[in-house]
Design a protein around this ligand. Structure first.
Ligand SMILES: Cc1ncc(COP(=O)(O)O)c(C=O)c1O
Length: 397
């Protein structure tokens, strides 16, 4: 029997696969250091946990409106006003089962077969597959390391065709941690306006910023960018709530309505208890979150310093998120025990086998001469893991 052609073209998530493999090795008693994690290694703060328990006890455990409860929409509206200087009405907000579902909904709402979406390389693993699932075509735009892995308008112009419908911007970025500044955002917004494109701005790492940078939402630049941008955000990364599965999107009322209709027939409302917990996340005390950010900052400093010490590796110091994209170009072509390292998958597999260190091969993000290390793990693990990587590199010939 022939199964769906579309579904069979979708690749499994390489990042989830590697994380699962490392977890299994750990469960088997092997001393693995995992740098694969795409989630904070902290517990959800207690005030948020308590809000969930209260919701259960009060019987707030039934279906809610498909696009989310009013209390959470209002908390999201306040968050946008306070943090991003953006004004939205309730009908411009949708709450979904993670930012990932918001993205899936938005592509379904805006794409017709053959429509193209500009995707930055390196990209977050799910963008291309989500676009394909909505019958669209991802068009990859290489963002060079020399340009801190950011789009240039020149590259965007080259990638444009009559079928281009939308552009994705992800700042702070996964996997590179780079942040677009105001001038760079203005250039992208002008490009989108010139070619009448929808901007999909994935701001899920907004709260995880270190140093002097600030997060600016492209939607907040001017009236035009406000109208053409769908902002994607959520509580997963900022509040250590990855398992609760709450994300949200804001933007044009017509697009949000279509997203809500789609969601109402696929998953109905996101989990009711998690929605009440998210109200507390957004409105409540943020002390724990601030402590988490300080800890990430320390780890970032340490990881970047150690990578530089190793010598053969280079990286750009990330401004946000919790990843370091490491350039392994100088190691491609070397070999270990007679096995050639042709790309990032060989490097990562041999490293896992030999030194029991799990990293994500850059090919998962469209760049084969890199690996991504997450610093959402303890300083002790980072120290030990990088020493093992250093050892591994010494063994290469
Ligand atoms: C860039 C980016 N966008 C979206 C998501 C999805 O987040 P959520 O857990 O809210 O679905 C992730 C998660 O890894 C991400 O890295």
């Amino acid at each position: 029997m022939e199964l769906s052609k579309k579904a069979t073209k979708i690749s499994p998530s390489l990042t989830l696969a590697i994380t699962a493999k490392a977890k299994q090795m750990k469960a088997d008693g092997i001393d693995v250091i995992g740098f694969g994690a795409g989630e904070p290694d902290f517990n959800t703060p207690e005030n948020i946990q308590k809000a969930a328990i209260k919701a259960i006890q009060e019987g707030l455990t039934r279906y809610t409106a498909a696009s989310g409860i009013i209390e959470l929409k209002d908390a999201i509206i306040t968050k946008f006003k306070n943090d991003n200087n953006l004004s939205y009405g309730r009908n411009q907000i949708i709450v979904s089962t993670g930012a990932k579902q918001c993205l899936a909904n938005v592509f379904k709402a805006i794409l017709n077969p053959g429509d193209e979406v500009l995707v930055p390389v390196p990209y977050w693993v799910s963008y291309p597959e989500l676009i394909k699932l909505s019958d669209g075509n991802p068009v990859f735009v290489n963002c060079k390391e020399e340009n801190n892995f950011k789009y240039t308008v020149e590259d965007l112009e080259k990638a444009l065709t009559v079928k281009t419908k939308a552009i994705i911007i992800n700042s702070p970025n996964n996997p590179t941690g780079t942040i677009y500044n105001k001038q760079e955002l203005i250039e992208i917004a002008n490009f989108a306006q010139k070619h009448d494109l929808i901007i999909i701005s994935d701001e899920i790492y907004e709260k995880l910023i270190y140093g002097n940078n600030t997060h600016i939402s492209i939607a907040s630049l001017n009236e035009d960018s406000y109208k053409r941008t769908i902002v994607i955000n959520g509580v997963s990364k900022a509040y250590a709530m990855t398992g609760w599965r709450i994300g949200y999107a804001a933007g044009d009322e017509k697009i949000i309505k279509l997203m809500s209709n789609i969601q109402s027939h696929t998953t109905s409302n996101p989990n009711s208890i998690a929605q009440y917990a998210s109200v507390e996340a957004l409105n409540g005390d943020k002390t724990k979150v601030e402590e988490m950010i300080l800890e990430f900052k320390k780890r970032r400093e340490f990881m970047v310093k150690r990578v530089e010490e190793i010598g053969t590796l280079t990286c750009i110091k990330p401004d946000g998120a919790f990843y370091v994209m490491i350039n392994i170009k100088s190691l491609i072509g070397k070999s270990f025990n007679g096995k050639n390292i042709v790309g990032s998958v060989d490097f990562s597999s041999l490293l896992l086998e030999e030194e029991k260190v799990a990293v994500i091969p850059g090919i998962a993000f469209g760049l084969d001469e890199y690996i991504r290390l997450s610093y959402a793990t303890s300083l002790k693990n980072i120290e030990e893991g990088l020493s093992r990587i250093e050892n591994f590199i010494k063994k290469l010939s």
